[in-house]
Ligand binder design. Sequence first.
Ligand code: ADP
Ligand code: MG
Length: 364
Amino acid sequence: MASIQAIEQTSVHQIQSGQVIVDHNSVVKELVENSLDAGSTSIEVRFRNHGLEAIEVIDNGTGIAPEDFESVALKHHTSKLRSYDDLENLDTFGFRGEALASLCALSQLYVITAREVDRPRGTRLDFEVSGRLKNTSTVATPRGTKVVVEKIFHNLPVRKKELEKNIKREYSKVLTLLQAYACISTGVRFTVSNQMPKGTKTTSFTTPGSAATKDNIIKVFGSKSLRDLVALDLKFEMQATTSGLSTQDGGSCRAVKVEGHISRPVTGEGRSAPDRQMFYVNSRPCGLPQVAKIFNEVYKAFNISQSPFVFANLIMDTNSYDVNVSPDKRTILLHDQGALLESLRVSLMELFESHEQTVPQTSV
Ligand code: ADP
Ligand code: MG
């Protein structure tokens, strides 16, 4: 018998799923993004025992149609993307059709869903490890979808042990992530709570679902947090420097806007650590370490001892960045990043300099 053999399908699925769902953050991120994609105006995230027992995400979105029940948790089955070309004009968070399939492989997952026309009856869906629909039953439920993920990583003992060992840190990381979604999602009420086995339930935070990000920030971080912030409203035209990336009509300029809030760069108004910094591209929360570095560097030129609170949403053409870089879509590749960073540095300098109460410090 030849020594090179195809890996059996269930094992392939489990191996790949472990790369899509790596920790609490990826579970929550995928489920919350699904709720946002479904047009929800209310999203509740409930942890049981900090998520070790279960993570539940409950929304009031569109619900799932009965004809989709069979394919909802099958790998690479999605309602959001039909072909590779659609990636350019993507306006949803999801597109890979991998999250629910991966969660079926790594946890015990079930879904309860009802569309407006189905109310007050909904359906509970249970799945096999492969994501195939195993069972359906009728339940009473409001409109929307509830996804329950129990016993995450029960079949990956090393990862489960690590999670248990670091659960406090993991929980704090997942709250930071949820704060980022809650602050940017205007018109969506967020409620995040944790229920401990001995019965104590704590609400970690709520947002009002109002139309302004400011209201969300105040609710999440307290009213004091906004007092010392100045509005970010930067606009710049960037010259595209990379060949082959110019727009189809021959132009090579890109307009970028940066909207949000940042601490006033006066001593005492910033924070002692860069712990409250949220970055987005077209309202998609993401890690932008290079952009964060510029914000911190420019701020330090005015306030040497502190770091700013930053809430920055970069608004640009959907074809000027790529979200399909890593399975978790946290990494975003910005075309012409060098030019963008330089323009950002200049605009930020101008903003801080123009600000009346800004007193530049001479470095010591
Ligand atoms: P993707 O988001 O990339 O499409 P997922 O595995 O996360 O892949 O979800 C598969 C499909 O299930 C989605 O395309 C969507 O049609 C449906 N779905 C998942 N979660 C929800 C939800 N909360 N509300 C409505 N539909 C949902
Ligand atoms: Mg999804």
